[in-house]
Design a binder for this molecule. Structure first.
Ligand SMILES: [Zn+2]
Length: 812
């Protein structure tokens, strides 16, 4: 193996031109290596990512056997036998190692660390040893080719169209390989990657295998290999894989919208309902790369339409995408739930990759508006302030009771932490872009940048600002010599009364405080073109640009078609979306609050709270049902924190969209005998904390995903759920609200159910002539002969082939 590796290395090296390709994005990003961030917001985060998250994630890769998979594959290739002959839990576990190598390589580019570099060298050796002779690299098969992972299929590539993830793994390998090569100048990982890419070139193409990656990213990865080697084959392959997608193919997955194969990519017009969000985001990003590298306008046309659909109908106010848990997918137009919003952290990362690429194609700030919204809210919410726990899902409302309401140090499917490591390390690369003698300033963060322009000139840009807490930004421009240049200064949508460029969200009021822009102390007109003020003049060393964007607290309203947000407002200040969290509000509750439109809100910077945040304060109204069913209102203090910082202080309630009327508010339930009951259940109820069934809330429908539990994936099963009361009480009525997700999932109302009460140690059926109904979208009530008891039991039987679940269970 070693001899072959060396030989291939030499051949590849001689074939490595210096970026032979001429066509690429019309606007080029200024690489993160050229931008040194020194502010109070990003610099500590980037450092936490380097010093804490990356070592932590490598450690988890080791601890969970992900590194071991490569060692086992290498042993298998040598014919060695070893214990623990199981395949890895998921066929894409290799990517978790690749992703962290990518993130670590980015940090090495700006922060040399011989120990880290040596550790990565060791990992690369293990990866190389797991590579098969012809370049194939996929531990889920190599470890035991006769018994590969069930998703992998009996032979290479046969299940690639949906779930084998062979190409997905390679896409992440390519991203890591290019990052490592650029950071260290070492070709070790790049050579491994190129050997796999050459195998792909021999395997796929017209007249050979015609299959697309079931989980995209190899397109972006191949584009990077093409840029770094100039080898046209990699570009052709990426385009081929995009173009082979569609309903006409004979491959598994043809026509499948979950993997974006419902249509040819150039004919796609929206992020289809049921389409996996991360896969979609990576595909759109890959399409943008191929469009830039080939000039294919059909791709651009399709991307523009898809963007209109996502930004107009499928984007949460936090920038999160992929509303549905079922299939980790996009929902229907305007299906933007709060409590059940899935919004995978990886999808937020993908959303930023995609929007940044669209900016590079179109030089329009509307893409940066979406990118910035996602970046400051639904993306960094994915990692805790200490850098050691993560969110996979990023809901906009929480009870605190569900597992998804708490950050986790790792996941069985661990895609999100790795994505955080690579994204955070490269954040400074999103600040500037350039073309010839034009510079774009896209993000504001205290920093110093040495920018090489396409025209051969260099410009030093220094930003002094307290953004995102303050909208004042001072920039000092120092070109290598006085020269004509256009500095395009971005005026974010939030500063010009347009949250994003669609009618999905709008500000409730109009900010009339003007944005002020000065060059060398003299005001210049704020004349916008694609969201930028173009400052076209002869710039000389030390020229200053002062931008002052007033940051009032804004209330945001959603399009009325978003039913989840009707009668509710979100709070924003600058690029930050706010959330009310239990710990800052009286009685540890926020979901029963109402914020009147007239309530005055003020902002205050708290340097010691949540690593320094601007909090928003005011007075809200807390609502609670009284004994007679009336609603009591209590005015109380109200505090909101940046959404990204929630769930750093223990589990509890959180809410982004706050009711602004009594009609839409959710009053606190009046205590009943079940309020403090202990809930237990047989079997393995999934998804949600059991305590949601007695929280006194009223679901909107049986398919309301806000707070329920179910026994999925068990089907046709018989289960029990028990209430144990604090002390004996008399009950004569129960109400059951069933969970049923027909159309989305496999949970249905039960085939039948029965009700028992505890008599001593025995369970006895209640005496009733009522039917035990299984109707959807309502409480199925049963009145019975009063019993004085310490507990109630439901026995339920699922329909054959289906799972069963409960929304609420009341008793009085
Ligand atoms: Zn993920």
């Amino acid at each position: 193996m070693k001899a072959i590796a060396a030989l291939v290395g030499v051949t590849l090296l001689s074939a490595l031109p210096n970026c032979a390709q001429t066509r690429d994005y019309p606007v080029k990003p200024v690489p993160f290596t050229a931008v040194h961030v020194n502010d109070i917001f990003w610099a500590p985060r980037i450092e936490t990512n380097r010093a804490v998250t990356i070592p932590f994630a490598f450690n988890k890769d080791e601890e969970t056997g992900r590194v071991d998979n490569f060692i086992r594959a290498a042993k298998a290739l040598k014919g060695e036998t070893f214990e623990n002959h199981k395949f890895p839990p998921y066929p894409f576990d290799d990517t978790d190692v690749y992703k962290v190598i990518e993130g670590a390589s980015y940090t090495l580019s700006v922060h040399p660390d011989p120990k880290l570099e040596a550790y990565i060298d060791g990992l690369i050796e293990k990866i190389g040893a797991a590579q098969e002779k012809d370049g194939y690299l996929y531990t889920a098969r190599t470890i035991d080719p006769l018994h590969p992972h069930p998703w992998s299929g009996p032979e290479r590539w046969v299940l690639e169209g949906v779930n084998s993830h062979e190409l997905y793994n390679l896409g992440h390998l390519y991203e890591a390989a290019v990052a490592h090569y650029q950071a260290t100048g070492k070709r070790t990982l790049l050579d491994i990657a190129l050997r796999t890419a050459n195998l792909l070139d021999q395997t796929f193409g017209p007249g050979r295998r015609e299959i697309w990656p079931g989980h995209q990213i190899v397109e972006m990865g191949l584009a990077k290999l093409y840029r770094v080697t100039g080898d046209q084959r990699y570009l052709n392959l990426a385009k081929f894989m995009l173009d082979s997608r569609g309903p006409a193919s004979k491959e598994e997955g043809a026509g499948n919208r979950y993997v974006q194969a419902q249509q040819k990519v150039v004919d796609q017009t929206d992020a289809v309902t049921g389409g996996h969000a991360v896969r979609a985001m990576y595909m759109y990003s890959g399409m943008a790369d191929i469009a830039a590298l080939t000039g294919d306008m059909a791709y651009v046309k399709a991307l523009d339409k898809i963007w209109e659909n996502v930004s107009g109908k499928k984007l949460h106010v936090t920038g999160g995408v992929g509303a549905r848990a079922a299939g980790e997918a996009f929902g229907a137009d305007y299906e933007l739930p709060n409590m059940s919003a899935y919004n995978e952290t990886c999808a937020a990362v993908g959303n930023d990759y995609w929007n940044h690429r669209l900016f590079l194609l179109h030089a329009d700030s509307k893409y940066i508006d979406v990118m910035e919204r996602t970046l400051y809210n639904g993306l960094i919410s994915g990692v805790a302030l200490d850098g050691k726990t993560f969110f996979y899902q990023n809901p906009l409302e929480a009870t605190g009771a569900a597992g998804k309401d708490q950050r986790s140090p790792w996941f069985g499917v661990a895609c999100c932490p790795g994505n955080i490591t690579r994204f955070m390390a490269s954040v400074p690369g999103y600040v500037y872009a350039q073309r010839n003698d034009a510079l774009w300033v896209n993000l504001y963060m205290g920093s110093s940048a040495d920018i090489k322009m396409d025209n051969g000139r260099t410009v030093k840009m220094v930003q002094e600002t307290k953004y995102p807490w303050d909208g004042a930004v001072k920039m000092t421009v120092t070109p290598d010599q006085a020269a004509a240049m256009t500095v395009n200064v971005r005026i974010p949508g939030w500063a010009r009364n347009e949250p994003i460029s669609s009618d999905l969200y709008r500000f409730e009021d109009k900010n009339t405080m003007p944005v002020v822009l000065k060059v060398n102390g003299k005001p210049v007109p704020v004349k916008l073109d694609k969201g930028y003020v173009a400052l076209n003049r002869t710039w000389k060393a030390g020229d200053t640009i002062e931008l002052n964007m007033p940051m009032p607290i804004r209330r945001v309203l959603a399009n009325d078609l978003v039913s989840a947000d009707r009668g509710r407002v979100a709070i924003e200040r600058g690029p930050i979306v706010y959330a009310a969290e239990w710990v800052d509000n009286p009685n540890g509750k926020v979901r029963n609050l109402m914020l009147p439109d007239a309530a005055k809100l003020t902002a205050e910077f708290k340097p010691d709270m949540l690593k320094g945040v601007e909090v928003i304060k005011g007075r809200a109204v807390a609502l609670a049902f009284d004994a007679k069913g009336g609603v009591a209102k209590t005015e109380q203090d109200f505090t909101a924190i940046p959404y990204y910082a929630w769930a750093n202080r223990g589990p509890g309630q959180m809410m982004v969209w706050i009711p602004n009327s009594v009609e839409t508010a959710k009053p606190l339930a009046f205590p009943t005998i079940v309020t403090n009951a202990k809930v237990t259940a047989s079997g393995k109820p999934q998804q949600r904390n059991l305590n949601v069934i007695h929280d006194g809330e009223i679901p909107t429908a049986s398919n309301d995903h806000a707070a329920y539990f179910d026994w999925y994936p068990a089907r046709g099963n018989k289960e029990t759920v028990d209430y144990a009361f604090e002390k004996a009480g008399t009950v004569s009525e129960c109400g059951l609200y069933w969970f049923d997700d027909t159309g989305q999932g496999s949970v249905r109302v039960p085939a039948s159910w029965k009700l028992f009460y505890k008599d001593g140690e025995a369970w006895k059926p209640v005496e009733t002539s009522d039917a035990f109904a299984v109707e959807k979208n309502k409480f199925n009530r049963v009145t019975f002969k009063p019993v004085t008891t310490t507990g109630l039991r439901i026995e339920l039987t699922a329909q054959p082939q289906f799972s069963v679940g409960i929304q609420k269970w009341t008793a009085k």
